[in-house]
Design a protein around this ligand. Structure first.
Ligand code: SF4
Length: 338
C-alpha cells in the first residue's frame, strides 16, 4: 500500500474544506471498496478524510411521507430498518442480495453509491484499462468479459456498476443529496451514475470535492408488488450476472405504473422508459412482460463471453415482473428461487 495522510473530519464543513484543500484526497467511510483498491494500488489517495463520526447516520421520515437516509447508515442497518422493510421492501431485498453480512455491517449508503466496478482488468495493473488509465485501452473487450456490460457500453469501456442497492434506488426514483464548496445540491439517482462514453474514469456526476449527505426516497415504495431477483454464480457473496428490481402499481387487474431496473448489465442501473411505458394499461401477463423485455434487450450487445446475458436478462425480466405482479417477491434472506 502507498503512504497517505489520514485525518478525521469533525463537521461536514470541515470534511468539505479538507477534501478541497488537498488534491487527490478522498473521503473514507466503511472502506469496504476503497481500502481494497488501495491495497492493489488502483486507488492512491494522497489523504483519507475519515467521515465516520459525522452526524449522517439517521433514517428519518420526510414531511411528504418519504424517507431520508443518511449517507453513513450502514447497509445492514438500512436493510433491517422497520420503515424500509415495511414501505420499501424492494430496497431491503436488494441490499441483502449484496456482498456478505460482514461487508454489509461495514459498508455505508454513500459508499455503496460510489463503489467502483469489479472488472478484473481494472484491478490488474499489468492490463490495459481506460478507467484506471485514460487512453490505455480496454482489455476486457476482447478478453474474459463474462461479467461485463451488454447495455450502454462504449468503445472505451464495457464495465458494469456492481451495486445491488442502486438498482432498487433507481426503481424508487430516489435522489442523492450532496454538499460541496459551492453549497448543497440534489442529483436524481438516474443522473448520478454516468455511462462510460469516452471518459469511463468519470463514473458519477459527483464532483471530487463533494460529500454525499443523504439519499431521499419518495413516498411510493411499491410494497405490495415488487421483487428483486439476482442471478449470480453462487447464492451469496457474488456480484450479479443479471439482476432485476421491479415495482408495479396495479389497478383493476391492469398495470397502472411499471418500473423496472437491471443490474449487472451496464455502467449504471439500467431503466428503459419506452419499455415501462408500454406496460402501462396492460394486464399483467407473461406475454406483456416478454414484449417489455424484448424492447430492453433489443438494444443489448454481447462481447463474446457475456453474450449469454442477453437471453438471461430477458428471462429474468419476465420472471421478476411476474413475481411482482403476483405479490410473490423473491426472498433474499432465504435465497431460494421462486
Ligand atoms: Fe477497464 Fe472498463 Fe475495459 Fe474493464 S471494461 S478493462 S474497467 S476500460
Amino acid at each position: 500500500m502507498i503512504g497517505f495522510e489520514y485525518a478525521r473530519a469533525s463537521t461536514i464543513a470541515d470534511a468539505v474544506n479538507q477534501v478541497g484543500a488537498t488534491p487527490g484526497a478522498k473521503f473514507l467511510a466503511g472502506g469496504t471498496n476503497l481500502v481494497d483498491l488501495m491495497k492493489v494500488r488502483v486507488e492512491t489517495p494522497a489523504k483519507l478524510i475519515d467521515v465516520t463520526h459525522l452526524p449522517l447516520d439517521r433514517v428519518e421520515k420526510t414531511p411528504n411521507g418519504g424517507l431520508k437516509i443518511g449517507a453513513l447508515v450502514r447497509n445492514s442497518d438500512l436493510a433491517y430498518h422497520p420503515l424500509v422493510e415495511r414501505h420499501y421492501p424492494i430496497l431491503s431485498s436488494a441490499i441483502l442480495a449484496g456482498a456478505s453480512q460482514q461487508l454489509r455491517n461495514m459498508a455505508t449508503v454513500g459508499g455503496n453509491l460510489v463503489q467502483r466496478t469489479r472488472c478484473a482488468y481494472f484491478y490488474d495493473l499489468t492490463m490495459d484499462c481506460n478507467k484506471r488509465q485514460p487512453g490505455a485501452g480496454c482489455a476486457a473487450k476482447n478478453g474474459l468479459n463474462r461479467m461485463n456490460a451488454i447495455l450502454g457500453t462504449s468503445e472505451a469501456c464495457i464495465a458494469v456498476h456492481p451495486s445491488d442497492m442502486c438498482v432498487a434506488l433507481a426503481v424508487l426514483e430516489s435522489s442523492v443529496h450532496v454538499v460541496g464548496p459551492r453549497g448543497e445540491r440534489t442529483i436524481s439517482l438516474s443522473d448520478f451514475h454516468r455511462l462510460p462514453g469516452d471518459t469511463p474514469h468519470h463514473e458519477t456526476n459527483l464532483e471530487p470535492d463533494e460529500l454525499i449527505t443523504a439519499v431521499v426516497l419518495p413516498p411510493q415504495g411499491f410494497a405490495a408488488n415488487h421483487t428483486y431477483i439476482k442471478i449470480r454464480d453462487r447464492m451469496s457473496y457474488a456480484f450479479a450476472l443479471v439482476s432485476v428490481a421491479v415495482g408495479l402499481e396495479l389497478d383493476g387487474g391492469k398495470i397502472k405504473e411499471a418500473r423496472f431496473a437491471l443490474g449487472g448489465v451496464a455502467h449504471r442501473p439500467w431503466r428503459n422508459a419506452r419499455s415501462e411505458a408500454a406496460l402501462a394499461g396492460q394486464p399483467p401477463t407473461a406475454a406483456a412482460f416478454a414484449k417489455a423485455a424484448d424492447v430492453v434487450m433489443g438494444e443489448a450487445k454481447g462481447y463474446g463471453h457475456n453474450t449469454f446475458k442477453i437471453d438471461l436478462a430477458r428471462r429474468a425480466i419476465v420472471r421478476a415482473l411476474s413475481q411482482a405482479a403476483g405479490g410473490t417477491p423473491q426472498s433474499q434472506s432465504h435465497k431460494k428461487f421462486a
